[in-house]
Design a protein around this ligand. Sequence first.
Ligand SMILES: Cc1cc2nc3c(=O)[nH]c(=O)nc-3n(C[C@H](O)[C@H](O)[C@H](O)COP(=O)(O)OP(=O)(O)OC[C@H]3O[C@@H](n4cnc5c(N)ncnc54)[C@H](O)[C@@H]3O)c2cc1C
Length: 292
Amino acid sequence: MAITCTATRGKSSGTAGTRPDGTRQSRTDYRQLRFRLSHLKQLAVKPPTLEWQTATVDRVWVETSRVKSFRLAVPGFGRFKPGQHVDVRLTAPDGYQAQRSYSIASAPDGAGTIDITVELIEDGEVSPYFHEVVREGDRIELRGPIGGPFTWTAERGGPLLLAGGGSGVVPLMSMLRHRTTSAGEPVRAALLYSSRALDDVIYMDELDAISASDPRFDLTLTLTRNRPPGWTGKTRRVDARMLRDVMERLGRPALSYVCGPTAFVETVAGMLVDEGLPPDTIMTERFGPSGT
Ligand SMILES: Cc1cc2nc3c(=O)[nH]c(=O)nc-3n(C[C@H](O)[C@H](O)[C@H](O)COP(=O)(O)OP(=O)(O)OC[C@H]3O[C@@H](n4cnc5c(N)ncnc54)[C@H](O)[C@@H]3O)c2cc1C
């Protein structure tokens, strides 16, 4: 498979140069390039061939006005790692099929069920189906677990830096749930979570509860669009100063996981490289095109 690599121009990349044909060219930022090469190595891991399975929808619940979670009973589903996802396939009566990926939100507990959390994209094909059509008792096709590098289990250790934008918090929640239920003292962990508004924060109560009971967990919420009156948390997109603040409390992360809209992931991962973290300790998962 041919892989092409594009270097992105970072903040410190300096001025543009000139190609032999006279056209302008950005100077390569080698820190960004190293990150991109390490990401391509992550992509190069070939997934195993997986069979489609039938899952039964065990439970449906509302997380926020735009987000629902689904508990799926999947007999014979392989043991998964936090961070992995499943592919879901819908088939219309005329044979038309649509397939999308959804991260597993639950921790591996051997219960024969997995939870997925789906944000409604109004003009989408699959997420509106989940929100408007899927009911308890329905059957859907899925395959998984899928994904290698973007996984964390307690043996991998920490300190662990998790950065999520929007529904990008889903696989990070699986990691946090696994961390909480694993034997021994949990590794130090920080979640930096960017949402548009407080009402859009998924798993709010659970995150609050972990934060209140676990001194080794640090939660930073930032609301990029609407803030409720009296909000004292962060109010801007994730930036280098915010990451530095988090890392000061956490300590230098041994592993970082960044997940969310493509622009969020590119920006945050680039900033972590700029902060001097080795690119191969930064794992990324891109969910879609929009920004938070
Ligand atoms: C590995 C992986 C894991 C994922 N896990 C989750 C998850 O846990 N929860 C979740 O809600 N989504 C997740 N996604 C995104 C999901 O696969 C779909 O892309 C999303 O649900 C939209 O599908 P759709 O059919 O409704 O929209 P589509 O019909 O695919 O797209 C409709 C419109 O929405 C835009 N769009 C597509 N995806 C997004 C997006 N994610 N954000 C904003 N705009 C978008 C498209 O450009 C298009 O304009 C994951 C994606 C990947 C690759």
